[in-house]
Write a protein that binds this ligand. Structure first.
Ligand SMILES: *[C@@H]1O[C@H](CO)[C@@H](O)[C@H](O)[C@H]1NC(C)=O
Ligand SMILES: *[C@@H]1O[C@H](CO)[C@@H](O)[C@H](O)[C@H]1NC(C)=O
Ligand SMILES: *[C@@H]1O[C@H](CO)[C@@H](O)[C@H](O)[C@H]1NC(C)=O
Length: 349
């Protein structure tokens, strides 16, 4: 039945290609085989007029009709209450009284009964429109009570799947809502509840007769999930959030500790370096102070003496220190200067 609703919505979508003013043939108007979509030679914004040319449409059935741009000002109007727009969409017409000819599945073309509030179908199954139904192209009211004679219309639709075509038979009747028209006895029967034996979807109040021959759950509404699913989802979301937070916390703590250890090591190195530098400066100052005031030939002393290894107590001191590798050239220069002075002192004294 959803298929019917779908089809009635898009009945004119796949129209012929005729543009406004092109010639067409009214005798080509038809319902497509298997889908029962309305077809004409004209395109989706025109209809085939009686003079066999494509003319602009005069009404629409849909709020958003196919084929028109969204901001188009040539969209034809919808028909007011008490009127309908036929499949051709040429012009609005007054609803038809009981017994009149109507177009296939266009229940809305038929005038509603006086007790339409009681008879109308409020489900989404499309059993009738406003209490009226178009069966075998005749307007009637869906007012037949249980056990009374009814009219039935079986329509075979062609469905398409990846593996090929299949036939879907839709059976409609003029029984009241809650009853179905049995195709053999042509009498109205009460719809069957869940797990009762059935032959067709229309017999089940859930609109779903399983292949096993019993009424199954309503596929259109079976979207409820039990509360434990919500609980699992909530736990999953919270667990994911806090798991991420805790994971990041430990990851960053490890990084922070590594960083702190590096800084501590750097501070120790710098401290050692600073102390060594102070000691060197002291030693240098002491050796400079101990020089005689008159040593103008100082620059002529050969530098070769400064390369003597192991002679300097300072050098031993530095070599014992593992952090010496990092010291820069200025330290080495300072050290050489001290050695020069000391070796010169040695030579002098
Ligand atoms: C055909 O009929 C339509 C609608 O009645 C009209 O708008 C159009 O002008 C006519 N075309 C010709 C060629 O007569
Ligand atoms: C339903 O049918 C009644 C009786 O014909 C009519 O007065 C009413 O306007 C209709 N309602 C709709 C929504 O078409
Ligand atoms: C039921 O509907 C039919 C038209 O389909 C009408 O002729 C008949 O009078 C209605 N019966 C009742 C009891 O309303």
């Amino acid at each position: 039945m959803l298929l019917l609703v779908f089809l009635s919505c898009f009945a004119v979508v796949y129209a012929g290609g005729g543009n406004f003013g092109d010639s067409c043939s009214i005798s080509d108007n038809r319902l497509q085989i298997g889908t029962y979509q309305f077809y004409s030679d004209c395109n989706s914004v025109t209809y085939c007029a009686p003079n066999n040319t494509c003319a602009h449409r005069g009404c629409r059935k849909d709020d958003f009709p196919f084929g028109y741009p969204q901001d188009s000002d040539s969209i034809p109007p919808k028909c007011r209450r008490g009127q309908f727009c036929p499949d051709e969409m040429d012009v609005c017409q007054e609803v038809l009284s009981v017994g009149s000819a109507c177009q296939m599945n266009r229940d809305d073309q038929c005038e509603g009964p006086p007790n339409f509030k009681e008879l109308e179908d409020t489900t989404i199954r499309g059993l009738n429109v406003n209490g009226s139904i178009c069966l075998n192209n005749v307007c009637m009211w869906a007012n037949v009570t249980e056990g009374e004679g009814c009219v039935v219309q079986n329509t075979a639709y062609i469905g398409y799947t990846a593996s090929g075509e299949f036939i879907d038979i839709v059976s409609r009747g003029n029984c009241r809502v809650g009853l179905y028209c049995d195709a053999q006895s042509l009498k109205c029967f009460q719809e069957k509840a869940l797990d009762e034996i059935c032959d067709a979807d229309k017999e089940c109040s859930t609109w779903n007769c399983l292949a096993s021959g019993v009424c199954g759950t309503d596929l259109a509404f079976d979207h409820r999930v039990s509360s434990w699913v919500y609980a699992v989802v909530v736990i999953g979301i919270l667990g994911g959030m806090f798991g991420t937070l805790v994971g990041l916390f430990f990851l960053h703590r490890k990084q922070r500790e590594r960083e702190r250890a590096r800084r501590l090591q750097y501070w120790r190195e710098q401290n050692t370096f600073h102390q060594n530098l102070s000691q060197m400066r002291e030693a240098a100052r002491a050796s400079i102070m101990s020089l005689p005031a008159n040593n103008s030939d100082e620059s002529h002393m050969p530098m070769v003496q400064s390369t003597g290894h192991g002679s300097s107590g300072l050098r031993h001191h530095f070599e014992d220190d593992n952090n010496m590798e990092d010291y820069d050239d200025s330290i080495v220069n300072m050290q050489q200067l001290v050695e020069v002075r000391q070796s010169r002192d040695d030579g002098r004294y």
